[in-house]
Design a protein around this ligand. Structure first.
Ligand code: Z2T
Length: 828
C-alpha cells in the first residue's frame, strides 16, 4: 500500500463540480424528499450539507481509525463554551471545495450566499473565551494534532438580542430547532453521572477506611459529535458535546411506588442541566445549576477518556499521563481535578499520593481574566450538597498542600496559609477554583505577555514562589481560515496573488505583502477591496437598522461584549465631544466617520444595559440632526455574533481596543481587525501591546495610561471629579447626559453613565484617559486624509500580524504544555 504523509495524504477526497452537483441533487431526493423544482432554500442548504458531510465523514473515519491504530497521546480540551458560528462555508473552505460548491450550486440555479444564510449560528459561548476554543480546535485539526474538544450540548446558546425603544431585549436562541446537519448523536457512548446524596465511611476486612458516596440522583449524558475539519485535507477531529437526560433506571423506579409525577419532575430537572448557556461572560453566576453543569460535562468527559484508555490498557494506569493531557479553559471545568482524584482513589483504589501524582501530570490551566468578579468561588455548603465526596477530596488536597508545600516554604506563617488556602475562610466559606486549578495543574498560562506577567505578579505571586516553572504564557491567536480566507474573499485573492497561496497555514507569509505597501497599484487594489467590503456592510446596515451610511466615511468599529472595563462609554464620550464641536462650530472640519458598535450585555448587568440604551438614543439624535451633515453616523448593530463579525471585520478602517490597561487579558477581535487591514486605536493592554510591537508605532494609535500608570494613579488616589471640573468639554458632555436632549421629555434617562463616572468613582478611569483618547482619534483623522498614507498603514497591519494565527498559539501550547506529536492520517 502507498505510504501517506500529512501533506500528501488527502483523508478527504476532492470532488469536482459535476460530482458535487450529483451529490447535492441525490440528497435533495434521498435525504430531503424533494426535487430541484420545488426545493426551498432551506432544503437546498440541507442537501448541500449532506453532500459536504459525505466528505467530512470520510475524513472523520480515517482520522479516528489512524488515532486508534497509532494509539497516540491526545489533547483533551475542556471548555464550557464553544462559539462555533456557522460551519457551512468553513467546512467547504477547509475541504478545499468552496469554489466547486459555489459553481455547482450556481449551475443548479442557486446562490451560495443565500444558502449560507439558512444556517443558524452555533453560539454555544459568550465571547472571546468561547471563540478562542473554536479557533483552537480548527488549528489542532489543521496541524494534525490528535485532540478532542469536550463541552455541553446546550439546547439554547447565547440569547438573541433586539432593541425596543433602544433597550436590549433578549430572546431564546434555538439553534437546532429544525435539526442541525453537522452533529452526530452517539447513543452507544452514553455515560451516567451522579450528584447529591451523602458519603458513608466504611472499613474493609483489613480495617482500612473507605469512603462510599451514595448519590441522590443519577443523570445520563448523551454525546453529540461535531466533526472539526482541518484545512487542506488534514485531520477531521471531534468536538464532543454532552446533553443531559434523565437516567431511566434510576428515576422511573419511583414510578412503581406511585411516584409518577415525582419521577416526571426529576426527569425535567435532569434535562434542565444542558438547557441553556449562562450568558455572563466575566461574572461568576454562583448558581447551583451552573455548578451541576460544570460537574456534569467534566464527569462525562473523564469517564469517556478513561473508557477509551482502558480499551487498550485495561486496569494498568501507568501510561495514563503519557496518553492523556487535559487543558482547562479557565476554572469553569476545574472540578475535573477532584473528580479524577475520586475516580482514582475511590473507584480504582489507588493510593492518594500516586493518584495525586497522576492528576498533576494530566491537568493544565489557562487563566483568562484578572477581574475579581470573574474569579470563581463556590460556597462550601453548595459543594457539600451537590458533590459531598468532592468537597472532602478538596479538603484533603488543601490540607496536604498547606502542610507539605506552604508550611515548608513559610513555616508557621498563618497569613500565607490563609491567602493560599483553597478554602476561603469566613462566615460563608468558599472554594477558590483558581487556587485549586493552580495546585492541581502542571502548567498555568495567561493569554498575552502582559497578562501572564500580571497573573504571576498580582494574582498568584506565592504560587510562583512555590512552583516557578509552572507558569508560562501563550499569546492568543485566531484562525486565518475563518477570519481572513472565508470572510474576506477579495483580500484573500489579492494576497494569493502577491504573497502566494500558503498564507492560510503559514501566516508569516503575509510579511511579504509589506513590500507592496508603497506600490500605488497595490495600494489602489487594497483600498478598492476595502471600499467594496464597506459598501457591502452598508447594505447590511441598511437592512438591519434602516440607517444610511456612506461607504466613503471612516468605518470605526467596536465589537465585543459590553463591559465597563472595555469602555464602550469612552467611545461614546468621544462621539459626544465631536457632536458638540459640530454644534458649536458648524463648519467643524473632520473626516466623516461612521461609528459602528456590536455588543451584547449580560441580562443582569444594569449599567451595561444603560450604556446600550445611551448609545442607541444618542445615535438616533445625531443621525437625524441635519446640522451634522453626515459627518457623524452612529450605528448599534443588533444581535452581534460570529456571523455579523464576519461581515463587519473586513469593512473596518479603525479598530477600537480601548480597555483600561491591565483589564483585558488579551483580546482576539483586535487580531482579526488588524489582519483585515484596520488600524487600531488602543491602550497598552492585552495583546494590543504585542500587536503594536509587530506593526510598529507608525501603524497604530496608542493612547492612555499604561498598567504602571494605572497602578500609580490608583495608589495615589484617583479622583474622577478633578477631571470633570478641570476639563470644560468633559463637564459639558456629562451634564448633557442629564438633560432631556437625547430623550425628549424624559430628563435623566441617560444619567447612569455620569453617575458611575462621578459618584461611582469611575473605576475604569474613563475620564483619566479621555483627553489622550481624543488626541489619538485626531491622529486617525489626520492620517485618513492622506489616502496613500492610510493605505500604507492599513496594508502594513495586514502584513505584520502573522504572529496572531491560532496555529502559532497551538504550537506554543504543544511545546510549552502539551508535548504532542503530529499524526499523519492514513487513508483507506
Ligand atoms: C471571556 O470571554 C474572557 C475571559 C473570561 O474570564 C471569561 C470569558 Cl467568557 C473568565 C476573554 C477575555 O476577556 C479576553 O481578553 C480574551 O481574549 C479571551 O477571553 C480569550 O482568552
Amino acid at each position: 500500500m502507498k505510504k501517506h504523509t500529512a501533506t500528501e495524504a488527502t483523508p478527504v477526497a476532492r470532488l469536482n463540480t459535476e460530482q458535487l452537483k450529483d451529490n447535492i441533487v441525490r440528497h435533495l431526493h434521498a435525504s430531503l424528499g424533494t426535487d430541484v423544482n420545488k426545493a426551498s432554500p432551506q432544503a437546498w442548504w440541507r442537501a448541500t450539507c449532506a453532500a459536504i458531510n459525505e466528505q467530512v465523514f470520510d475524513g472523520l473515519r480515517n482520522t479516528q481509525r489512524t488515532h486508534y491504530e497509532k494509539n497516540t497521546r491526545a489533547l483533551h480540551y475542556f471548555s464550557l463554551e464553544y462559539l462555533m458560528g456557522r460551519l457551512f462555508s468553513n467546512n467547504l473552505h477547509n475541504l478545499g471545495l468552496y469554489d466547486q460548491a459555489r459553481q455547482a450550486l450556481g449551475e443548479l440555479g442557486m446562490n451560495i450566499a443565500d444558502l449560507e444564510d439558512q444556517e443558524e449560528d452555533m453560539a454555544l459561548g459568550n465571547g472571546g473565551l468561547g471563540r478562542l476554543a473554536a479557533c483552537f480546535i480548527d488549528s489542532l485539526a489543521t496541524l494534525n494534532y490528535p485532540a478532542i474538544g469536550y463541552g455541553i450540548h446546550y439546547e439554547h446558546g447565547l440569547f438573541k438580542q433586539s432593541f425596543q425603544d433602544g433597550r436590549q431585549i433578549e430572546r431564546p436562541d434555538s439553534w437546532r430547532e429544525y435539526g442541525n446537519p453537522w452533529e452526530i448523536c452517539r447513543p452507544e457512548s452514553v455515560q451516567e453521572i451522579s450528584v447529591y446524596g451523602y458519603v458513608e465511611t466504611v472499613y474493609d476486612l483489613q480495617g482500612r477506611m473507605k469512603k462510599v458516596w451514595h448519590p441522590g440522583r443519577i443523570i445520563k449524558g448523551v454525546p453529540w459529535d461535531i466533526p472539526v475539519v482541518g484545512y487542506n485535507g488534514s485531520s477531521v477531529n471531534v468536538l464532543r458535546l454532552w446533553e443531559s437526560r434523565a437516567s431511566d433506571f434510576f428515576n422511573w423506579d419511583v414510578f412503581n411506588s406511585g411516584g409518577y409525577i415525582d419521577a416526571a419532575r426529576e426527569n425535567i430537572e435532569a434535562e434542565t442541566i444542558s438547557k441553556v448557556l449562562y450568558p455572563n461572560d466575566e461574572t461568576d453566576a454562583g448558581k447551583e445549576l451552573r455548578l451541576i453543569q460544570q460537574y456534569f460535562f467534566v464527569s462525562c468527559s473523564l469517564k469517556d477518556i478513561i473508557r477509551r484508555y482502558k480499551r487498550s490498557h485495561g486496569d494498568d494506569w501507568s501510561d495514563f499521563a503519557k496518553q492523556v493531557v487535559i487543558q482547562l479553559n479557565d476554572t469553569h471545568p476545574a472540578v475535573a481535578i477532584p473528580e479524577l482524584m475520586r475516580i482514582l482513589v475511590d473507584r480504582a483504589e489507588m493510593q492518594w499520593d500516586q493518584a495525586w501524582n497522576l492528576c498533576q501530570q494530566v491537568f493544565a490551566y489557562t487563566n483568562h481574566t484578572l477581574l475579581p468578579e470573574a474569579l470563581e468561588k463556590w460556597p462550601v455548603r453548595l459543594f457539600e450538597k451537590v458533590l459531598p465526596r468532592h468537597i472532602e477530596i478538596i479538603y484533603e488536597i488543601n490540607r496536604r498542600f498547606l502542610v507539605e508545600q506552604v508550611d515548608v516554604l513559610w513555616p508557621g506563617d498563618n497569613q500565607k496559609k490563609r491567602k493560599l488556602s483553597i478554602i476561603e475562610e469566613g462566615h460563608d466559606p468558599m472554594v477558590r477554583m483558581g487556587h485549586l486549578s493552580v495546585v492541581g495543574s502542571f502548567r498555568v498560562n495567561g493569554v498575552a505577555e502582559i497578562h501572564s506577567t500580571l497573573v504571576k505578579s498580582d494574582l498568584f505571586p506565592e504560587m510562583v514562589a512555590l512552583w516557578p516553572d509552572k507558569f508560562t504564557n501563550v499569546t492568543n491567536g485566531v484562525t486565518p481560515r475563518r477570519w481572513l480566507k472565508a470572510c474576506n474573499p477579495r483580500l484573500s485573492a489579492l494576497l494569493d496573488k502577491q504573497v502566494g497561496t500558503n498564507w492560510p497555514t503559514d501566516l508569516k507569509q503575509l510579511s511579504k505583502f509589506a513590500a507592496f505597501a508603497d506600490d500605488p497599484a497595490i495600494q489602489d487594489a487594497f483600498m478598492a477591496i476595502k471600499q467594496q467590503n464597506k459598501a457591502e456592510l452598508a447594505s447590511v446596515v441598511k437592512k438591519l437598522t434602516n440607517i444610511d451610511i456612506d461607504p466613503h466615511a471612516i468605518f470605526d468599529i467596536q465589537i465585543k461584549r459590553l463591559h465597563e472595563y472595555k469602555r464602550q462609554h469612552l467611545n461614546l464620550l468621544h462621539i459626544l465631544a465631536l457632536y458638540r464641536r459640530i454644534l458649536q462650530e458648524p463648519d467643524y472640519d473632520m473626516v466623516p466617520r461612521v461609528f459602528l458598535f456590536g455588543a451584547k450585555a449580560a441580562p443582569g448587568y444594569k449599567l451595561a444595559k444603560e450604556i446600550i440604551y445611551a448609545i442607541n438614543k444618542i445615535a438616533d439624535k445625531i443621525n437625524h440632526d441635519k446640522r451634522v451633515k453626515n459627518r457623524i453616523k452612529v450605528v448599534f448593530m443588533p444581535n452581534y455574533r460570529v456571523t455579523l463579525a464576519e461581515k463587519m471585520i473586513p469593512a473596518a478602517d479603525v479598530s477600537e481596543q480601548i480597555s483600561t490597561a491591565g483589564k483585558e487579558a488579551s483580546g482576539t477581535g483586535n487580531m482579526k481587525l488588524a489582519l483585515n487591514g484596520a488600524v487600531t486605536v488602543g491602550t497598552l493592554d492585552g495583546a494590543n501591546i504585542e500587536i503594536a510591537e509587530e506593526v510598529g508605532s507608525d501603524n497604530i494609535a496608542i493612547f492612555g495610561l499604561t498598567v504602571d500608570d494605572v497602578k500609580a494613579l490608583q495608589a495615589k488616589g484617583y479622583n474622577s471629579s478633578d477631571y470633570y471640573y478641570a476639563d470644560p468639554e468633559i463637564k459639558a458632555i456629562l451634564d448633557w447626559l442629564e438633560t432631556d436632549y437625547f430623550t425628549p421629555g424624559k430628563p435623566g434617562e441617560l444619567a447612569a453613565i455620569k453617575r458611575s463616572l462621578l459618584e461611582g468613582g469611575d473605576p475604569y478611569l474613563v475620564l483619566a484617559d479621555f483627553a489622550s483618547y481624543v488626541k489619538a482619534q485626531e491622529k486617525i483623522d489626520l492620517w485618513y486624509r492622506d489616502k496613500t498614507l492610510w493605505a500604507k498603514k492599513a496594508m502594513l497591519n495586514t502584513a505584520s500580524v502573522g504572529k496572531f494565527t491560532s496555529d502559532r498559539s497551538i504550537e506554543d501550547y504543544v511545546s510549552r504544555v502539551w508535548q504532542l506529536q503530529k499524526c499523519a492520517v492514513n487513508v483507506k
